[in-house]
Design a protein around this ligand. Structure first.
Ligand code: MRU
Length: 359
């Protein structure tokens, strides 16, 4: 997607065999890139959320393995890079998926060919993510066209939570890809952007992306979505996900479950957009998904820009009060209207997933 007229991916290899990423910890106040020179740099970038979003976490980890192979292409170095990168964030299964793919591509290779092979495989993971997200966009676009046709030219109001746009992937995004495509073909869309406390990925990243592409949107407090649904001002919801289990349960950014409940109560369709790399076939249901517990500071403090331009972090809570900070929640399959995948749309169940991914 474009920033200031220039096309960017979120991650790309450099000629000197290091990796550039967009530094998402600095958005929306500053557009900057960061260079990742080692597997350790990649692990830190994932942990510090310089890169985030399930598909991009996987892509960055893949390049982390490649950078480890550049330094030392031994089997021992491969296993230790895989272990270090796997320990960075627990919920998004795309991380495990990408690392398994790197392991399978590399473990039987000779030392002399490992780095070149790893570099190619990481690039392939990125290229495939772009193609998959484009396909998700095309399938989701059909749903948006049908919903827009009922609006007699009035804008289609879509609510989304967190950031499942191109910043969360390599390009296009999952939940936002159909919205970009609808906007580009002239369908009037308007997006309600949940701010997504505590880290504000909605207010800072989704709003940034949509604004850069010219898509009309409004940031709302996380608690406002139910009100707008009751008032008939949300036509459909579409969110991304970090892990979908075999029965169709969906882990996504904390607060997604409450939006799905409100959508169900108000008869608002609730779609989840996902690449097949987000399906965890090993888990029968969402109860076993590991939920990341993040720092209490994210709840107790907020970071923003002061009028003079400086970035500052301020305390917002009663001094001394503790805080809990689960990063994700699980939305049961029964609250989801449909999955939008690279192979089409299916019902959120084991049968539905198998109908598109029989293998
Ligand atoms: O903690 P984050 O910012 O990595 O969480 C991101 C999300 O919850 C996204 O909705 C999810 O990864 C899907 S991204 C296409």
């Amino acid at each position: 997607m474009k920033i200031g007229g220039t096309h960017y991916r979120t991650i790309w290899p450099r000629a000197d065999e290091t990796v550039d990423v967009i530094d998402q910890a600095r958005l929306p106040h500053e557009f900057a890139t960061a260079v990742l020179r080692s597997a350790e740099d990649c692990a830190e970038a994932i942990k510090k959320m310089i890169v985030r979003g399930a598909p991009l976490i996987g892509a960055t980890a893949a390049y982390g393995v490649a950078l480890a192979m550049r330094r030392e292409p031994s089997g021992k170095a491969l296993i230790s890079a895989l272990d270090m990168l796997r320990a960075t964030r627990p919920t998004a299964v795309n991380l495990r998926w990408a690392l398994k793919r790197m392991h399978d591509a590399l473990h039987n290779r000779g030392h002399g060919e490992r780095f070149a092979m790893a570099w190619r495989e990481a690039a392939a993971i990125c290229d495939e993510d772009v193609a998959v997200c484009r396909a998700i966009g095309a399938h989701g676009l059909k749903l948006l066209r049908a919903a827009a046709a009922k609006k007699n030219g009035a804008p289609l109001d879509i609510l989304t939570h967190c950031n499942a746009g191109w910043l969360a992937c390599v390009d296009w995004g999952t939940a936002l890809a159909p919205i970009y495509m609808a906007h580009d073909e002239g369908i009037a869309v308007h997006v309600w952007v949940d701010e997504t406390r505590p880290r504000n990925q909605g207010a800072s990243l989704t709003a940034y992306e949509l604004g850069a592409h010219g898509v009309p949107h409004t940031i709302i407090a996380d608690n406002a979505g139910g009100h707008y649904m009751q008032a008939g001002r949300v036509d459909l919801c579409v969110v991304g996900t970090d892990r979908v289990t075999r029965n169709g349960d969906v882990a996504n950014k904390i607060g997604t479950y409450l939006k799905a409940l409100a959508a169900k109560d108000n008869g608002v369709p609730f779609y989840v957009a996902l690449p097949s790399s987000t399906i965890d076939w090993t888990l029968a249901s969402g109860v076993d998904i590991p939920i990341e517990e993040r720092s209490a500071d994210e709840v107790l403090k907020m970071t923003g820009r002061l009028p003079g331009g400086a970035i500052a972090t301020v305390e917002i809570a009663a001094p001394g009060s503790p805080a809990a900070n689960p990063g994700f929640d699980v939305t049961p399959a029964r609250l989801v209207t449909g999955f939008v995948t690279e192979r089409g749309v299916c019902v959120p169940s084991e049968e539905g997933l198998h109908s598109l991914f029989p293998q």
